[in-house]
Design a protein around this ligand. Structure first.
Ligand code: G16
Ligand code: MG
Length: 221
């Protein structure tokens, strides 16, 4: 068995990836730029400021000061916080809590590996905090995804070697981070964006503990 599962938050444990998208869409509108879901794929897992930079870059005529950027990033976070204000356990994606229970029942540890500054609050609202042995959020890492640091920080904190870890991600940047850490990567979503994952499922309901272990065991040999 592996020793540690490290879960991404937005888009894997909960449907908040959609709320991030809606908040960025509203923010983009404010500066006269329009973004669609396809463009949004590259914002997944990327920090708030880096996401803003990518949106600004869509209009080369925009020139914004650092203060203006800070203020826009804060606006986006306010939109996002409004959208997640009333989330609860019904926002946990299908199959996730069952998977967390199966992992715990096998005495394997669980960590969170999120790029979000709102991660702990979201986990609390979902009522899932007690499943997690360790939480890595934006405050704990210097280099965000696709750098492996988010995932290695969790393993290091729990004293577990990387080849005994499984990372679960919905973002291309996140899969790249897991692979860069030499951990087994599970991608949730479309093959179009997650082709580099060691194992891909189309949605969270297909995250079956025994199947993941099977795939991991083959990979490890
Ligand atoms: C998440 C989202 C990203 C978001 C980032 C920062 O990470 O996927 O879209 O930009 O966190 O979030 P915040 O603005 O709340 O700090 P993850 O790693 O949980 O998918
Ligand atoms: Mg994500």
């Amino acid at each position: 068995l592996p020793k540690l599962f490290i879960f991404d938050l937005d888009g894997v444990i909960t449907d908040t990836a959609e709320f991030h998208f809606l908040a960025w869409q509203k923010l983009a509108e404010k500066i006269g730029v329009s973004i669609d879901r396809e463009f949004n794929e590259q914002l997944k897992g990327i920090s708030r400021m880096e996401s803003l930079e990518r949106i600004i870059a869509l209009d080369p005529s925009l020139s914004l000061s650092d203060e203006e950027k800070e203020s826009l990033a804060t606006d986006k976070n306010e939109y996002y916080k409004q959208l997640i204000e009333s989330i609860g356990s019904e926002n946990t994606l299908p199959g996730i809590e069952e998977l967390l229970k199966d992992i715990k029942a096998s005495n394997v540890q669980i960590a969170l590996g999120s790029a979000s500054k709102n991660a702990q609050m979201v986990l609390d609202k979902l009522g899932l905090t007690t499943y997690f042995d360790y939480v890595v959020d934006a405050a704990k890492v210097a280099k965000g995804k696709p750098d492996p640091e988010t995932f290695t920080t969790a393993a290091d904190a729990l004293g577990i070697s990387y080849e005994n870890c499984i990372g679960v991600e919905d973002a291309a940047a996140g899969v790249q981070a897991i692979n860069g850490a030499n951990m087994f990567s599970v991608g949730v979503g479309s093959e179009e964006y997650l082709a580099n994952a060691n194992y891909i499922v189309s949605d969270t309901l297909k995250l079956d503990f025994n199947q993941i272990i099977k795939e991991y065991t083959v990979w490890k040999k």
